[in-house]
Design a protein around this ligand. Sequence first.
Ligand code: ATP
Length: 362
Amino acid sequence: MADPFIRIEGVSKKFGTFQAVQDVSLTIAQGEIFSLLGGSGCGKTTLLRMLAGFEEPTSGSIFIDGQDMAGVPPWQRPVHMMFQSYALFPHMSVEKNVGYGLKHEDMTAEARKARVAEMLELVQLAQFGHRKPHQISGGQRQRVALARALARQPKLLLLDEPLAALDKKLREHTQFELMSIQERTGVTFIVVTHDQEEAMTLSDRIAVMDKGRVKQVGAPSEIYEFPNSRFVAGFIGSVTAFPAKVSAVAGDVATVQVAAFQGDVQARAVPGLSVGQEVTLAIRPEKLMISQTRPEGANIVAGQVKDLAYFGKDSLYRITLPSGELISVHSVNAARSAGGRPDWDDQVYLSFAPAAAILLVA
Ligand code: ATP
């Protein structure tokens, strides 16, 4: 990125002796939807509040649109923060709520009215302008907060758990709306969330955080397919992980001994592997094929069905390996039939491509 819109350079934040954010460096491009993802207390809200100017970094710098933000108060930043609670005024109509932020802008009453109408149109609430917040649904309230946030035309919108107050179905729907509104306005969005599916759906890129640090930054598919650590592999999606030891490396392929499989596994090599090194082998449930006859090729392990959950469109198995350890397998039920699938206690074979076997060294 030649000239990133946001540059966070070595930012740390201490509250007393507690290190909430530790040496975070990130660049974010204009027009990106960027998510800060992590468990409770990992420092994501603190980072967002430093971008908004509600907290000052203990060390490091934040640049927005080329300008150093040190000492710049929140109201002088080209930033708007949308809070988890939406903070709508209950006694004001939807229209008044959206227009509230424009009160101090240098605009004619007419221009203000037009902007409010444009924003309500954008979030598809044009017909609800006269209602009060308690007369609309949770999803609509979320859109009012969004309209109010966008009315002042910020260059950067910070969203703290924007969908947390919505139920699951509405949340999925609203994710797509949020993406479409972002696309139409071109405003850069930074979203804080602890919900990995939400981050995967919404974001152009994600920063996965743990204990104040950024563990990995990348596009959703990059983080899912190429996690750089046990933490990220376990946090995004599910994996079964086993200790392994490198026995050979040849080009792209590494051979590792896996006690749980009582044999060798071929895996995609990662840079810097050496023979004899202890690593972790991680496999995602959907990358495993399950069959009742032994397939051809490498990376085959026999097992027995211990648990089985049938969901209709797919099934989740837990398979006991020869060593007694368990591995999860997710299988899509592509054929329409009542039988033919492995059942409880059946002997089965699991197979997977070397590229599906993730080696983790951190
Ligand atoms: P959550 O998802 O639970 O909101 P988070 O990742 O957003 O978590 P932060 O709110 O950034 O976490 O907090 C990071 C850590 O810093 C937490 O352990 C929190 O207790 C601590 N912390 C945050 N604000 C303060 C403060 N003003 N004074 C002292 N400690 C604070």
